[in-house]
Design a protein around this ligand. Structure first.
Ligand SMILES: Nc1ncnc2c1ncn2[C@@H]1O[C@H](COP(=O)(O)OP(=O)(O)OP(=O)(O)O)[C@@H](O)[C@H]1O
Ligand SMILES: [Mg+2]
Length: 275
């Protein structure tokens, strides 16, 4: 991919502290249209804080954010959303007791009638929602009246992604969308992520599953204790190298070998924690 167009979204030397606690240090990253940036990091690395900063929940303590090369500040998540940044959380942000059509249009429902007589246009909402999700290849959803609680985790995620695209998101931030899913469902969500990229969205995909990242990522950044410890493009590192980086430089292969060695000589027991 060429480097000539301005990134859709960019962070430059962003720090985030909560009072005396420094969580993010000098974060610099960019994501372009039609590109998936995978943000990898272990528990507590600062991934959620980073995406909350990108999506207007937190304000950077220092540094700046740019959209299309121009500095932006968001006073809250609504402003980030209005600017085209859609964030999909782990469970897809759908309401289980609401229908597919209702969930699709939450806050932006089509109405019929006039003035005080306006009512939610259920048929229209359902038709649009079903068409939009089907266009994303989610062919098992055919009835807009179906409750979201009855959908699989993968289908809920896919619905949330289709919704974001339908309402004109330019940046799609996915916080661990595949963490709670089985292999087949995760593959489905990964396909939908690929489809969002094909449609020209800039995607930020947060995960700690290296295989999922490698399946869809064009660009990777590894976050360790709030700082970007490595930044590379597709094909530049192997799966093992990425896993080692996420473990903070400790070789996972060495770690596994030492645990296995201990278990061989200790009746199959795992070693006690260090320290
Ligand atoms: N509001 C806050 N005030 C103080 N510290 C915070 C706050 N939010 C997050 N932190 C701290 O920042 C660090 C990073 O947290 P964050 O939730 O961003 O990690 P994460 O990478 O998303 O982890 P996980 O994989 O477990 O979701 C943690 O040590 C956390 O305690
Ligand atoms: Mg998190």
């Amino acid at each position: 991919m060429t480097d000539t167009t301005a990134p859709v979204l960019e962070m430059k030397a962003v720090d985030k502290s909560f009072g005396p606690i420094d969580v993010l240090h000098e974060i610099t990253l960019k994501v372009r249209a039609g590109e998936v940036l995978c943000l990898l990091g272990d528990n507590g690395a600062g991934k959620s804080t980073l995406i909350k900063t990108l999506s207007g929940v937190h304000k950077p303590t220092r540094g700046e954010m740019l959209m299309d090369g121009k500095p932006v500040t968001f006073s809250g998540p609504k402003e980030a959303q209005a600017a085209g940044i859609a964030t999909v959380h782990q469970f897809g942000g759908t309401y289980p007791l609401m229908s597919v059509g209702r969930n699709f249009f939450i806050g932006q429902e089509p109405t019929k009638g006039w003035g005080p007589f306006k009512i939610f246009d259920r048929h229209k909402a359902n038709a649009i929602a079903v068409e939009a999700v089907q266009n994303f290849g989610i062919t098992r959803i055919t009835d807009g009246d179906r409750l979201c609680g009855g959908l699989s985790g993968g289908e809920r995620q896919s619905l949330a992604i289709a919704r974001a695209v339908h309402f004109g998101a330019r940046v799609l931030i996915l916080d661990e969308p595949t963490a709670a899913l089985g292999v087949k469902q995760a593959a489905h969500v990964l396909r939908i992520v690929g489809e969002a990229r094909r449609r020209g969205l800039a995607v930020i995909f947060i995960t700690h599953q290296v295989m999922h990242a490698m399946a869809v990522g064009d660009h990777f950044a590894v976050l360790i204790r709030g700082a970007i410890a490595a930044d590379f493009r597709k094909g530049e590192k192997s799966r093992e190298e990425i896993a080692d980086l996420m473990a903070g430089g400790e070789s996972m292969a060495d770690l596994e070998a030492s645990i296995e060695g201990y278990m061989d000589t200790h009746d199959g027991h795992v070693p006690p924690p260090a320290g």
